[in-house]
Ligand binder design. Structure first.
Ligand code: NDP
Length: 327
């Protein structure tokens, strides 16, 4: 196939201005691959880390990790999807900001008819992340308490609803009173505006001085220490992002001093590397959405050629819920 597709690439790391729209050849799928025509792509903070070089890529490189569309062709050995199937994914390598692409098939999932392409593009990476945070990282049971930062964001609003559906008390932080109200409306039990309140003091107050069982911290540099101080003895710190910058190196002894704390630094891509595990996680996510327990909220839409504006809005903390790029 000699067709080309409009695709967002970077040739250098930097600000949103390095994002360029190019016509690139699409090609045919080889063994284990498929060709998919996208209907929408999702925007994620990881795209910013890759654009800036915080998570380095070999340049030039296409960007984007999440999309939904229709399978056009499959290569040898691909049996879980066929041409004409609706499908969605969160997957490596980056390259989802495009009209069509050839990619490894293992992480591409059959998409139920009840879920629209826009919804799917807005939720695959974020929803599978919530799935592994709540089900595959540390045991969590009904009645446990979790502190979740950036609770009104893309991952955050899904996490609020997920926690509620599982009987978990979620204390959400967010950067404005409006964002706090949004997180609360989506199932957060308590909310804290961490721009106006000391979230550590407030968490201690809300938990009667005990602290929380688990912190899910994607803010990084600005919140890491305060987050550790929110944990109960034996509590678990899940540091899974760096929206404010990477966490500085720590001395491991601090975990002992603060009460035999545990810490992990997971990534979604370890959890979905196995084909069967990825498909099972996607089925659980789809079940939450089709069952009405989790609603996918798309608060921003940008055409593909305005991807730089989408990045600017995400980095400036101007977005809530999910953002999609329309094709
Ligand atoms: P969000 O929609 O949550 O956007 C990021 C939010 O972080 C902002 O809206 C803002 O919310 C908050 N924030 C706090 N400080 C800053 C800052 N200095 N600059 C920018 N934002 C800041 O993004 P996503 O839903 O795409 O991702 C959420 C987080 O989860 C990201 O850090 C991402 O990297 C991480 N992640 C990690 C994964 C993993 O497997 N490790 C997988 C998926 C996501 P507010 O104004 O309310 O503070």
């Amino acid at each position: 196939m000699s067709e080309t597709a409009k695709t967002v690439v970077i040739e250098a790391f930097g600000g949103p201005e390095v994002l360029q729209l190019r016509d690139l050849p699409v090609g045919d799928p080889g063994p284990g691959e498929l060709r998919i025509r996208h209907h929408a792509c999702g925007l994620n903070f990881i795209d910013v880390y890759q654009r800036t070089g915080l998570y380095p890529l070999a340049l030039p490189h296409a960007l984007g990790m999440e999309a939904a569309g229709v399978v056009e062709a499959v290569g040898e050995g691909v049996t879980h999807l066929k041409p004409g199937d609706r499908a969605a994914y969160a997957a490596t390598p980056p390259g989802a900001y495009t009209e069509a692409r050839v990619m490894p098939a293992a992480q591409v999932c059959p998409l139920p008819d009840e879920i629209s392409f826009d919804q799917a593009a807005a939720m695959m990476l974020k929803g599978l992340t919530v799935d592994y945070l709540f089900h595959r990282t540390t045991p969590l049971s009904r009645g446990d308490t979790v502190l979740f930062h950036a609770a009104a964001g893309g991952v955050g609003l899904i996490a609020c609803q997920w926690a509620k559906s599982e009987g978990i008390t979620l204390i959400g932080t967010a950067g404005s009173d409006e964002k706090c109200a949004l997180a609360k409306a989506h199932g957060a039990t308590h909310v804290i505006n961490y721009r106006t309140e000391n979230f550590t003091d407030r968490v201690r107050e809300l938990t009667g001085g005990k602290g929380v069982d688990v912190v899910m911290d994607s803010i990084g540099a600005d919140t890491f220490e305060g987050s550790l101080d929110c944990l109960k003895p034996l509590g678990m710190m899940i540091s899974f992002g760096n929206a404010s910058g990477p966490v500085p190196p720590i001395s491991i002894g601090i975990l002992g001093q603060k009460g035999s704390l545990k810490i992990t630094r997971p990534t979604l891509f370890t959890h979905i590397a196995d084909h069967a595990a990825c498909q099972a996680m996607a089925r659980r996510l789809f079940g939450k959405v089709t069952g009405g327990e989790v609603k996918i909220r798309i608060d921003q839409r940008f055409p593909l050629d305005r991807v730089a504006d989408a990045h600017r809005a995400l980095e400036a903390r101007q977005t809530t819920g999910s953002t999609i790029l329309e094709l």
